[in-house]
Design a protein around this ligand. Structure first.
Ligand code: PMP
Length: 428
């Protein structure tokens, strides 16, 4: 037995499923999750000493690559003074100012501890601010695990939502409307029926939880126009896209400005952090300036702020993204060529440093149905072949991949050499 297998058996006795977040368990692809011992740059090493080129990058935060020395030093320095104060610090002010300067629509910023907290709080704020109850989200988008967001579409396009998890009461789910991503008509139809009571639209501006699906032309603009005409709040969940699809996130890349933005992942440099923010006249409605309650004992934690600041300051350098975007494009094009060479139908989406590989003959995947109709058998075979050849992809076909600054042209070439073998080995 490998050390990972032994640890996985042991873990399952005291941790549900052996993991602290479900996708890590390899349930979709089968086999034993690799228990990780250490990381550096593009690499992770498991407890058995195997080295992998990692395209998960902690599910997104590591835009500089793993174990970045500047972030590591900032954490060591900050921890010299204690780990948590429960009182305001200068680092929090600096963080809010920095975020605001990079994402100008975030005129005010409130720090939280995870992406889930960011979206949950932004939705409460939108509801409190508009005095409306319903929210509108998209099929295949994930915004964390708050009750009102664990909701799928009802049986007809315009039915109210139904819970997608036991433990979410129908009475909560009925306030969540779920429509099709990249289909502005479905959004308009929902507003035709319920527009007076929709507090907000929440959207991943590039969907990264049904693999990687960029917005089609006009989709984000359409959401902005609908929110404007119904006085609903437009929330961009940029937990994944923030500091990733461009420095200022998807809103900068696509030129559509939301009222509220949620951030996570990159903003903590690997520490547990999230943030939400937006227009000042909305943000002042939260406590203590306003009546809408939101709080957190560890929010703005000094060590997390130090890590986040060290990450964001490096990202802010001119031309930072050029090589990452180029390497991501080359990786995608290389994969496409190799799949073609081996007679495997494959479609690839790229948005900045995010990419998605779809085993399908659909030329351009733009929605959830197309994403879930992909050939999961081929994906699973490809996944394990890549793992055997030293490349660690997300262990499920509906997750985006992430490229970091540490993924050089050589790392891309090494990945493509592994992909050549992997495509050759799968069933056609
Ligand atoms: N929003 C998006 C777009 C995400 O991708 C995620 C996590 N993958 C979340 C929210 C939730 O963030 P967290 O896991 O930090 O709670």
């Amino acid at each position: 037995m490998t050390k990972s297998e032994i640890l996985f058996e042991r873990a399952q006795k005291t941790i549900p499923g052996g993991v602290n977040s479900p996708v890590r368990a390899f349930k979709a692809v089968g086999g034993t999750p690799r228990f990780i011992q250490r990381t550096d740059g593009p690499y992770m090493w498991d407890v058995d000493g195997n080295r992998y080129i990692d395209y998960i990058q902690s599910w997104g935060p590591m835009v500089l690559g793993h174990n970045n020395p500047v972030i590591r030093q900032a954490v060591i320095d900050a921890s010299e003074f204690g780990l948590s104060y429960g009182a305001p610090t200068e680092a929090e002010v600096e963080m809010a100012e920095l975020v605001s300067s990079i994402v100008p629509s975030m005129e005010m910023v409130r720090m939280v501890n995870s992406g889930t907290e960011a979206t949950m709080s932004a939705i409460r704020l939108a509801r409190g601010y508009t005095s409306k109850n319903k929210i509108l989200k998209f099929e295949g988008c994930y915004h964390g695990h708050a009750d009102s967001l664990l909701v799928k579409a009802g049986s007809g396009a315009l039915t109210l939502g139904v819970p997608s998890s036991p433990g979410v009461p129908d009475d909560f789910a009925k306030h969540t409307l779920t429509v099709e991503f990249n289909n502005i008509e479905s959004v308009q139809a929902a507003f035709d029926e319920h527009g007076d009571d929709i507090a907000c639209i929440i959207v991943e501006p590039v969907a990264g939880n049904m693999n990687c699906i960029p917005p089609v032309d006009g989709f984000l603009e359409g959401l902005r126009a609908i929110c404007d005409s119904y006085h609903s709040v437009l929330i961009f969940d940029e937990v994944m896209t923030g500091f990733r699809v461009s420095r200022g996130g998807a809103q900068e890349r696509f030129g559509v400005i939301p009222d509220l933005t949620c951030l996570g992942k990159v903003i903590g440099g690997g520490m547990p952090v999230g943030a939400f923010g937006g227009k000042k006249h909305i943000l002042t409605h939260i406590a203590p300036t306003g009546p809408i309650y939101q709080a957190g004992t560890l929010s703005g934690n000094p060590v997390a702020m130090a890590a986040g600041l060290a990450a964001i300051k490096q990202i802010a350098a001119d031309g930072f993204y050029d090589s990452i975007f180029e390497n991501t494009r080359n990786l995608a094009e290389g994969m496409r060529d190799l799949a073609h060479k081996h007679g495997v139908p494959l479609s690839i989406n790229v948005a900045g440093s995010m990419f998605g590989i779809f085993f399908t003959d659909v030329e351009k995947v733009t929605n959830y149905q197309q994403a879930i109709n992909c050939n999961t058998k081929q994906f699973n075979q490809f996944y394990h072949a890549m793992l055997e050849n030293g490349v660690y992809l997300a262990p499920a076909s509906y997750e985006a991949g992430f490229v970091s600054k540490a993924h050089t042209a050589q790392i891309v070439a090494d990945t493509l050499a592994a992909a050549d073998k992997a495509f050759a080995s799968i069933d056609k």
